[in-house]
Write a protein that binds this ligand. Structure first.
Ligand code: OAD
Length: 258
């Protein structure tokens, strides 16, 4: 599929020294993982993710929230990174100073080979103790005990992801904001940009004179401030951009060398 790429965006990528990329659920859409605000399916259709991904929901019904994340883990385990994830691995290797900031918890960027990255909202593959906050790798998998209990303190286990109303590590946040403010180019890919603080990063870029390119089939609040707004799927645009830069080692979903 051919896609029209603005020559000045290709030139900006060719000459950029420092690039920051923000991704959201849309970059995993072509991996078959539903985006965060897409209607859920099956028995989860009746629930709004924003009512499940909260400490209050977990305190009220830990079993329901744990089982929802198990359902999402199974979706993710059946899926894999798509050419958009691999294209960002190529870009990371091409740009002198690169930082990927993802809101996604699916681990696909790491699996594709990205390494200079921040998982702002955690990772669904990791589990931690609800009470102590420490990561837990193994626990007694008693069938009837859902969620499982922490082997150290007996408290509930929970996914190591950021829930609504929970804070984000100030270190990660400062790193992301400082990198954005001092970058040459900011790419905003597959996010509705409605959730703080990540949703404000495009504005941080603009306020610091950094040009912003958005890749999203839909219009978002970023679209009107972006210097380029490509109304297209990430798995179409990113590989095409990498090929214009003469990079295509990882794009076809091959194994990443990183
Ligand atoms: P959303 O579901 O809010 O937005 C996904 C965006 O991806 C939408 O704007 C879609 O138009 C776009 N999209 C869909 N398919 C795409 C494709 N093939 N290529 C490019 N874009 C595509 O998900 P996020 O913006 O990631 O946080 O949501 C941000 C945060 O809100 C999530 O990380 C989650 C949620 O609260 C927490 O859980 C803390």
């Amino acid at each position: 599929m051919t896609v029209e790429l603005p020559d000045d965006l290709v030139d900006a990528l060719r000459t950029a020294e420092r690039v920051v990329v923000l991704t959201g659920a849309g970059i995993s859409a072509e991996s078959g993982v539903p985006t965060f605000r897409e209607a859920q399916t099956g028995l989860w259709k009746q629930y709004d993710p924003r009512e499940l991904a909260t400490p209050q929901a977990f305190a009220r019904n830990p079993r329901l929230v744990w089982e929802w994340y198990q359902w999402r883990r199974e979706l993710i385990d059946k899926a894999k990174p798509n050419p958009a994830h691999y294209a960002l691995v190529d870009l990371e290797q091409y740009i002198p100073s690169f930082l990927l900031v993802t809101q996604n918890i699916d681990g696909f960027h790491w699996a594709a080979g990205s390494r200079d990255m921040i998982e702002l909202h955690g990772n669904i593959a990791r589990t931690k103790c609800y009470d102590e906050g420490v990561l837990v790798d193994t626990w007694d998998d008693d069938i009837g005990v859902v969620p499982p209990h922490c082997p150290h303190c007996g408290g509930h286990l929970r996914p190591d992801v950021v829930w609504f109303g929970e804070g984000i590590s100030s270190h990660l946040l400062d790193t992301a904001v400082e990198a954005t403010a001092s970058s040459d180019l900011f790419l905003c890919i597959g996010t509705s940009a409605v959730v703080a603080p990540a949703g404000s990063f495009p504005l941080v870029a603009k306020r610091n004179g950094v040009r912003v390119a958005e890749i999203n089939p839909e219009q978002t609040a970023v679209s009107m401030m972006a210097d380029w707004s490509l109304r297209e799927k990430a798995a179409v645009v990113l590989p095409a951009l990498m090929q214009r830069l003469g990079l295509s080692s990882n794009v076809l979903g091959g194994t990443s060398e990183a």
